[in-house]
Design a protein around this ligand. Structure first.
Ligand SMILES: Nc1ncnc2c1ncn2[C@@H]1O[C@H](COP(=O)(O)OP(=O)(O)OP(=O)(O)O)[C@@H](O)[C@H]1O
Length: 276
């Protein structure tokens, strides 16, 4: 049996008494492309902050290949795990220097500048994410979407084993959404990169993820394959919204349609009339 790569065991973390995860347990195999979904305030970012170490665990632990993440030195952890937060810090540095920060964990003692190899790697991911034409601009001169692409380029430049992304496509137009998710999917397949991302768009989650964790009220409501998680019953229970689900005719993955209140009332009226 393939061993677990990331094992979150009865994790509780949060913000004083206001909100805490309720002993969340999740196990992921290496090379999985997993998504965290759930309504606003359900605890997705809190879980993410617990895994990335921004929030200290109140109880439970997080193991990466059986090693407690909390016991890893910062540099060791940074060589394995890269994090893309929802709002990247746009400092007054060039995009190229910002992306090169991804190579910092790999510097040798007394190595003060990046190596030629570091620059080759950074250039590769700037090209793949489409920010290379902006390489000499300051991060603050980029649009929100371009900054998000630069943050993804920086995380990929780290060449991590585990990539954590908090809504990586929230500022992106549909072309860039698909371009970035295709790139992450390709790296996932080709390099066995394990991906865990928070994503609000259920259709993108269904199409790209092989495993979904649906959060509700600080707890995991259900997790599993998209077809098992994204049915209308689970979605209505957790999001309290009426949806219609069908399978994408090409991929076979679930596709979710929203229904306006007006249409819903018309359909209900039609059924009522048929019943009379
Ligand atoms: N710094 C904080 N201090 C206190 N409470 C917080 C803090 N950050 C978040 N919360 C609360 O914790 C709960 C979970 O928030 P979290 O950010 O994990 O939700 P989320 O599922 O990521 O939501 P969204 O989809 O809106 O980003 C919310 O009720 C929120 O108000």
């Amino acid at each position: 049996m393939v061993p677990d790569y990331l094992k979150i065991d009865k994790l509780s973390c949060g913000y004083g008494r206001s909100f805490n995860l309720k002993d969340v347990s999740v196990s992921l195999k290496q090379g999985v492309f997993a998504g965290i979904i759930g309504p606003n305030g359900s605890g997705k970012t809190t879980l993410f902050k617990g895994i990335s170490g921004v929030l200290k665990a109140k109880s439970g632990n997080i193991l990466l290949n059986d090693v407690d993440l909390g016991n890893l030195k910062l540099s060791e952890k940074a060589r394995k795990v890269a994090v893309v937060s929802q709002f990247p810090d746009a400092a007054d540095i060039t995009v190229e220097d910002y992306v090169l920060l991804g190579r910092l964990p790999f510097r040798q003692p007394f190595q003060f500048f990046e190596s030629a190899r570091d620059r080759v790697i950074a250039r590769k991911y700037m090209q793949l994410t489409g920010v290379f034409p902006h390489a000499k601009k300051l991060m603050t001169q980029l649009s929100g979407g371009e900054q998000q692409l630069a943050a993804i380029a920086q995380a990929l430049t780290q060449e991590p084993e585990l990539l954590l992304m908090d809504e990586p496509t929230s500022h992106l137009d549909i072309t860039h959404q698909v371009q970035i998710l295709n790139l992450i999917q390709r790296l996932n397949r080709e390099t066995n990169l394990t991906v865990l991302m928070i994503i609000h768009d259920l259709n993108l989650a269904a199409e790209y993820c092989d495993f979904l964790i649906m959060m509700n009220n600080g707890d995991v409501h259900i997790m599993g394959a998209p077809l098992d998680v994204l049915n209308y019953k689970n979605i209505e229970e957790v999001y309290n919204t009426v949806v219609v689900t069908q399978n994408n005719p090409l991929s076979g993955k679930p596709a979710i349609f929203l229904v306006s209140e007006k249409v819903l009332k018309e359909v209900q009226e039609r059924y009522r009339q048929k019943g009379n």
